[in-house]
Write a protein of this length. Structure first.
Length: 338
């Protein structure tokens, strides 16, 4: 889908076709005049016709899906003439159980921003809604739109990290809470904690990769803006975003350390529970060993055993077995082993 946005007195204005008769929004028509006015060209899962149209009219190479997902980290930022090509890994699906990274290909050519993506990114929709409302931020050209868009994406990553921090607080209370008695139901809860910690750790690793790719692009654009008088006013914005990204990267490292601590603590508590179960079985075997010995002695098939002819022999044997079981139990109890 091709979406075009122009700048009307500095405010982002969609250049999409009129709403369809059924109320749904249609994609922008392939109109060269409309494309010439656009400051932001957003290609979401573009068709081959849309790619060729943008390439022909703007004179840029639009990467195919295979090329975007086959890019190496070392070749992330490319300059082709007056165009800057910079793919970025963006975290999507952070509110669900399966967060993932999708590649958004940024192209800055002159004053036009071109974005190519093959997965929906909620941050893009939020940026369009925020920038299009009356009183929203104003932009000079595509570079300004890029700064606003990436700034919002970084803010959303900060929100994700905040949610991860709150989830870790809840899990910390659960793991270290005094109410845990480490019995059947609680052990099952610890298994769930391990799964949740693994999920949060996977999200943090993806957030770190996203921050790394955005940091590389902003550092490059900041250096480029410093050497270009037309872009020098944006240098401070690029460096500000880079500073925010570094702060979030430090926060990711802090949260990763907390996850490691919780993983070690949870596995340690599970080991304690397993040791407790083994200890109970060991004590039980020792407690029942003396009664077994007594029963074995009086179960021997000898003809001459004085107690066999004794009327109180049976109660005596039962009492001896009970006493031999109670005494070890009391001994272990006094030592605090139970």
């Amino acid at each position: 889908m091709l979406a075009l946005y122009s700048l009307d007195n500095g405010r982002l204005t969609p250049c999409q076709a009129e709403a369809a008769a059924d109320g749904s929004s249609a994609a922008a028509p392939l109109d060269p005049a409309l494309l010439a006015r656009a400051a932001w060209v957003d290609l979401l899962e573009p068709t081959e016709e849309e790619e060729l149209f943008v390439e022909r009219e703007l004179g840029v190479n639009i990467p195919t899906r295979e090329r975007i997902f086959g890019l190496e980290m070392a070749n992330r930022i490319i300059e082709e003439g007056d165009s800057i090509h910079a793919p970025a890994a963006i975290l999507v699906g952070s509110t669900g159980d399966a967060p993932m990274l999708t590649t958004v290909y940024f192209i800055l050519r002159g004053g036009v921003l071109i974005t190519v993506r093959h997965s929906p990114v909620r941050g893009f929709d939020a940026f369009v809604a925020e920038a299009s409302r009356p009183g929203g931020a104003r932009f000079e050209d595509g570079y300004g739109i890029y700064v606003g868009l990436v700034g919002l994406l970084v803010d959303r990553l900060a929100e994700v990290l905040g949610q991860v921090g709150m989830a870790l607080d809840a899990m910390t209370q659960h793991v270290f809470g005094e109410q845990n008695q480490f019995r059947g139901a609680q052990v099952k809860d610890f298994r769930r904690v391990l799964r949740r910690l693994g999920g949060r750790g996977d999200m943090l690793s993806k957030a770190r990769e996203s921050l790394l790719s955005l940091s590389r692009i902003n550092a490059f654009l900041a250096a480029s803006a410093a050497s270009n008088p037309r872009r020098s006013a944006l240098e401070g914005h690029f460096r500000s975003i880079t500073g925010d990204i570094r702060a979030l990267a430090d926060h990711v490292n802090y949260l990763s350390g907390r996850i490691s601590l919780l993983l070690d603590a949870t596995t340690g508590l599970i080991n304690l529970e397993q040791n407790s179960i083994i200890k109970i079985f060991s004590v039980a075997s020792v407690v029942f060993l003396p009664p077994t010995l007594v029963a074995s002695i009086y179960g021997m098939n000898f003809h001459r055993m004085p107690e066999l002819g004794w009327p109180l022999g049976y109660p005596f044997a039962i009492g001896l077995m009970v006493l031999s079981a109670v005494l070890p139990y009391l001994f272990f109890k006094r030592k605090g082993w139970l």
